[in-house]
Design a protein. Structure first.
Length: 354
């Protein structure tokens, strides 16, 4: 399925001019008389296209440029160079028009008025966005079904628990039916039930055609909400593609755990290339790590069974958390074929359109 492009960035770059000021009062005085600066590039030539109905995880280590990218897409910052459009609007040139097309949720900030009931905050947002009364009532009913919003409407915002506030903030961010939603750590600090409620809600919005750009360190959010992963490192996109692609690049190893009917002979290998054998707590427990692209689990079991009978077995798949950790460590950029996985702007279908 080819998505309608809602976010389109080409060569997006943001460079900040930073002061070179020596420490202390003397350094401050010298800088005042003879100021020196250096440039730091936070976002470096990013190409990004997101279509309607896509949920994209935009991840990277701290300082990679994720928040700066979101600020460029929302119009808070002006790009140093490159092109960017959100729903056909250049964000920094027409911030008011862009604001009508987007919703923004930052997990550690609230857009509710602290001393007002939730219903009053939403009513103010209704007037700001000029939402017709019938449409407003329809949206509240939808949010009640998906988020249990009805019970929160009479509560003053400062009395909401964290989970309740996140539900109300989601309603506030999506009240005007934005076509694009930017989410920064939307489940931070939530308990298991509240976290799952938010993830289910986000999936429902995506299925309705809303484009989601999610910056998070929560692996559960990435696995349950997104099908496409964009990894940023040093301001550059080092991977852009389906989740399964990065798994195959960084998660080829599988570990087979075997229980044997007698001890495995000390020092004996299984005789298969690229395998690593380790004994468990007893000589009757054997763990064998192998590359799934070179060997199948059946081949490994057959090799072991030729020596000792296998009583029981289980296989460990690498977790997405380990995959993302390895991507953060720079292994993705060193992986053969990784560069070819980076999708070109304007072809969201080639990189896992949802």
């Amino acid at each position: 399925m080819t998505s309608t492009p809602l976010i389109h960035a080409r060569g997006l770059t943001k460079t900040f001019r930073m002061p070179d000021k020596p420490p202390g009062l003397a350094g401050s005085l010298r800088h005042l008389v003879r100021p020196r600066h250096h440039e730091r590039t936070a976002v470096d030539g990013v190409d990004l296209t997101i279509g309607a109905g896509e949920a994209v995880a935009y991840v990277g280590p701290n300082g990679a440029g994720k928040s700066t990218t979101v600020k460029l897409l929302t119009g808070i910052l002006h790009p140093t160079s490159g092109q960017v459009q959100v729903c056909g609007v250049v964000p920094h040139r027409d911030r008011h028009r862009n604001a009508r097309n987007i919703g923004v949720l930052f997990g550690q900030r609230s857009q509710l008025w602290w001393d007002l009931q939730v219903r009053d905050s939403l009513a103010l947002l209704r007037d700001i966005h000029r939402i017709p009364q019938q449409r407003y009532a329809q949206r509240l009913a939808e949010f009640d079904d998906l988020l249990g919003l009805g019970e929160l409407l009479p509560v003053v915002a400062r009395r909401l628990s964290l989970g309740q506030r996140m539900r109300a903030d989601l309603a506030a961010a999506l009240l005007h039916s934005p076509r694009v939603v930017f989410l920064d750590e939307p489940t931070i600090g939530l308990d298991i039930i509240a976290r799952q409620t938010v993830r289910d809600f986000l999936r429902a919005q995506c299925q309705a055609g809303t484009a989601l750009l999610l910056t998070t360190h929560d692996i559960g959010d990435i696995e349950q909400v997104c099908r496409r992963l964009v990894v940023l490192d040093g301001g550059r996109v080092i991977f852009d593609g389906p989740m399964e692609s990065v798994r195959q690049m960084l998660a080829r190893d599988r570990t087979l755990h075997l229980c044997l009917d007698r001890d495995w002979p000390a020092g004996l290998d299984v005789g298969l290339p690229g395998t690593r054998v380790a004994l468990g707590e007893s000589p009757r427990q054997l763990s064998i790590t192998f590359d799934r692209d070179r060997l199948g689990a059946g081949e490994v079991v057959s090799a072991v069974s030729a020596v000792v009978e296998v009583v029981d077995l289980r296989i460990d798949e690498p977790s997405l958390e380990d995959v993302v950790r390895r991507a953060y460590a720079g292994e993705l950029s060193r992986t053969p074929g990784a560069a070819g996985a980076v999708g070109s702007a304007g072809t969201p279908g080639a990189v896992g359109a949802r």
